[in-house]
Design a protein around this ligand. Structure first.
Ligand code: SF4
Length: 233
């Protein structure tokens, strides 16, 4: 029998409370300010859990995403750390060519997301994420709590069994700020150059990396080349 939303909220609260109790700031929540991020930030604030909160700031977010970051930090009174890549956008362009996301998006994601995450998680015990099973086929079997082999940390996905409707319902009930792009044709939001509007009823992830056979940024699953062998779809 499917869990009611109150059970799911309790389960997410328990997962976050346990993470805070067991690991303190050794538990790291990474967010790019998606709908799920807004929910988890609210839960962390309510629980006053001592979890470290970070965003992997690629330097390429939408203006609305940066505004949502500020709004959430202020409204929920949370410290959200900005983790930036080793290479600035200018240095990346000099080393790998301009607009790397157009030629080698996997390499760009590796430099701007995966390497910074790897550094953060090398100091951490647990990694908290906002992934949900229904988002992509790759996420369909994600557990609530598991072990991430690649980064060698406990991986906690508090909203793993929530539907988008439940996520939105929680945000509305608690009047929590979220990125307005979600109501304007962007069901999945990443960096601005790699996120397009999606037609109504379309695959929510179809607006990401259009023109490439790429569905994930490489944070949760490593499967794409980063050596320049990327080919368009
Ligand atoms: S989503 Fe696009 S711009 Fe952002 S890091 Fe990945 S390839 Fe680069």
């Amino acid at each position: 029998m499917a869990f009611a939303i109150t059970d799911k909220v309790m389960s997410a609260e328990k997962a976050l409370k346990d993470a805070g109790d067991q690991f303190g700031a050794g538990a790291v929540f990474t967010t790019s300010f998606g709908l799920e991020g807004s929910v988890i930030l609210h839960l962390i604030a309510q629980l006053r859990a001592p979890i470290r909160i970070v965003t992997l700031d690629t330097g390429l977010f939408f203006a609305q995403t940066y505004a949502t970051w500020t709004q959430l930090a202020n409204t929920l009174q949370l410290k959200i750390e900005s983790i930036v890549p080793e290479l600035s956008l200018e240095a990346q362009a000099q080393t790998h060519g301009p607009e790397l996301w157009r030629t080698q998006p996997n390499k760009c994601c590796d430099i701007r997301k995966v390497q910074p995450l790897s550094k953060i998680l090398s100091e951490a015990d647990a990694w908290i994420t906002g992934i949900r099973r229904e988002q992509t086929p790759e996420r369909a079997d994600a557990p609530l709590v598991g072990h991430d082999e690649r980064f060698n940390v406990v991986k906690i996905n508090p909203l793993v069994d929530w539907s988008e409707e439940e996520v939105r319902g929680y945000l509305t009930t608690h009047n929590i700020p979220y990125n307005p792009l979600f109501d304007n044709g962007y069901p999945s939001i990443g960096c601005a150059p790699c996120t397009q509007k999606v037609v109504i009823g379309g695959d929510p992830r179809s607006g990401r990396w259009q023109g490439f056979e790429k569905r994930e940024c490489g944070l949760h699953w490593e499967k794409e080349p980063t050596d320049g062998t990327e080919s368009p779809a």
